[in-house]
Write a protein that binds this ligand. Structure first.
Ligand code: FE
Ligand code: FE
Ligand code: ZN
Length: 259
């Protein structure tokens, strides 16, 4: 992973802790992880942003499935001890009709248990597009989870496609959105960004990523992000519809936008 990221000009990357559409995980390989840790240091990489499985829903309705999701989270954080000091980002979950309050409570309970072991990882809630019963489409919802967990260990990962889709107008008022985030959650909790353009118009709650500059956000928005004092030093992860050469091109495009 480290060598591949370096080969395309990256100095951070995301990786899935297990099958993103299932729950199977490769066995741990401490020797390989130690090589990664050494390479990250040698190449001067910033923090990595691991991504939890998309199917892990901590506030799913059925108790047994919910307990399984909570055990997956716990195991993921345990696995992160092999790459200490990095971030683990996940989708808070969909309450599937149980209601926001019940969902937040269930997510918080799973997080409390998983965080109780003190593994060397900072857990990030991903801001979502607010599709269906998805929790995390409003900054207030992320704050509710943080308050319910009552831990300073939690941070936030802002996904540019998601928040624009959720109704935060970063195209016309990036500063205003960040002021709102600061007022609701606190900018010190912002730890990482997912850089994605969007296939859909503002506030459409659809969550369909587009390549940088090719969607409704546009290049000027990414130029503003790349140069914003509150954002420019955060780990930035591309989740655009690309293969490696496309990511290499987007990394150099984004770097070319820096003043
Ligand atoms: Fe995500
Ligand atoms: Fe994302
Ligand atoms: Zn998305």
């Amino acid at each position: 992973m480290v060598e591949t990221a370096r080969s395309i000009g990256a100095n951070t990357f995301a990786f899935f802790t297990r099958n993103p559409r299932g729950s199977r995980a490769k066995p741990e390989d401490p020797a390989d992880s130690a090589l990664a840790v050494a390479a990250l240091r040698e190449y001067g990489f910033g923090c990595l942003v691991a991504h939890g499985s998309y199917t892990m829903n901590l506030c799913t309705k059925e108790a047994e499935a919910r307990a399984f999701a909570a055990s997956v989270l716990e195991e993921d954080l345990r696995r992160m001890r092999l790459l200490p000091g990095n971030f683990y980002n996940f989708h808070p979950g969909s309450h599937v009709g149980q209601g926001l309050e019940a969902g937040v409570e269930q997510i918080a309970a799973a997080l409390k248990k998983a965080l109780s072991h003190g593994y060397p990882v900072t857990v990030l809630l991903e801001a979502m597009a607010g599709k269906g019963s998805e929790i995390g489409g409003r900054f207030e919802e992320l704050k509710m989870i943080m308050d319910a967990v009552g831990s300073d260990a939690l941070g936030v990962c802002l996904d540019t496609c998601h928040i624009y889709d959720a109704g935060y107008d970063i195209v016309n008022d990036l500063d205003g959105v960040l002021r709102e985030f600061d007022a609701v959650v606190g900018l010190k909790r912002l730890k990482a960004l997912h850089l994605n353009d969007s296939k859909n118009p503002f506030a459409s709650h659809k969550d369909r990523h587009e390549c940088i500059g090719k969607g409704s956000l546009g290049l000027a928005t990414f130029q503003a992000i790349m140069n914003h004092s509150a954002l420019k030093d955060k780990p930035m992860i591309l989740e655009t519809p690309n293969e490696l050469p496309g990511y290499a091109a987007e990394i150099s495009l984004l770097r070319s936008l820096e003043f």
